[in-house]
Design a protein around this ligand. Structure first.
Ligand code: SIN
Ligand code: MN
Length: 271
């Protein structure tokens, strides 16, 4: 199957058991990391629908579709070891369904409420199966101060947990396009606190922390959140969501291409 299979059997089992796997920075050469970081200010500067602001209306929260607009990110998505790891988890024939840079700016970077990702890809994009994987590349050191991703171990085994939908647009985004409702600090698909508490008591909470260049893999159904960035340090993370070409989006009213890619061509590893 894969030409390159960088994950050990133990790592594949840990991912299946916990719903996430934090790897070191060996996937990304320092010069590639520097190139991605160097491109971020340009990505943030481009005003347009790909860019989502925080509730303060000023600070950039996320920029979407960066693998479509930026060559360095496109190349990162095809790094043989990264692609190999993804294929070990979801099979071959993979493409990037969605990508984004989440900036989490110093002092102003806001929260991500507790959520699972797959419900968005099911409800908004019509993707039949949760056979996707998130790859988060840390662009800065992620530590306990700058809003690391927090997971509930093994919560991905519970299926879809959301109990209710937040109707309408979140405060501060009333004039924004409807798809913005799933991208802000107010979660659209709400999970009851007692459900979260029960899972946290059983699985425990864990923060994914590590130096810039670390790679974090996580399952679309693992329950996760992240706190606001109270620190003076940026917490930039590049997120690539891989899907397989056998699990295509089927929504009759698709979201923009930068949220749900329509280019379903299996990625070839870089030579
Ligand atoms: C996400 O859940 O998609 C991202 C959360 C984060 O950047 O902290
Ligand atoms: Mn998420």
């Amino acid at each position: 199957m894969n030409a390159v299979a960088p994950l050990t059997g133990e790592q594949v089992r840990a991912y299946a058991r916990d719903g996430y796997l934090l790897l070191g920075s060996e996937f990304l050469a320092p010069d590639v990391l520097a190139e991605v970081k160097g491109a971020v200010p340009m990505m943030l500067a481009e005003d347009g629908p790909r860019r989502v602001l925080e509730r303060d209306g000023r600070t950039v929260r996320s920029v979407y579709g960066v693998h479509q607009t930026n060559d360095v990110v496109a190349r990162v998505s095809r790094l043989p070891r990264l692609l190999g790891a993804v294929q070990q988890l979801i099979g071959d024939g993979v493409y990037v369904h969605q990508s984004k840079v989440n900036v989490k700016a110093p002092f102003a970077g806001d929260q991500w409420e507790w959520h699972q990702d797959y419900i968005n890809w099911l409800r908004c994009d019509g993707i039949d199966r949760p056979d996707l994987v998130n790859v988060a590349v840390f662009l800065d050191e992620v530590n306990e101060f700058n809003g690391p991703l927090t997971f509930i171990r093994a919560s991905h085994t519970e299926g879809i947990l959301a109990g209710s939908d937040n109707d309408g647009m979140p405060a501060g985004y009333e004039e924004a396009p409807s798809w913005t409702a799933t991208l802000t600090a107010t979660e659209k698909y709400q999970i009851r606190h007692d459900v979260i508490a029960d899972l946290a008591n059983r699985g425990g909470l864990v923060n994914a922390k590590g130096p810039a260049g670390s790679v974090l893999l996580f399952h679309p159904n693992v329950l996760h959140a992240s706190a606001p960035n109270i620190s003076p340090f940026t917490r930039g993370v590049l997120l690539l969501v891989y899907n397989t070409v056998r699990n295509p989006p089927r929504a009759s009213d698709p979201r923009p291409d930068f949220l749900a890619a329509r280019d379903l061509v299996a990625l070839a590893p870089l030579p």
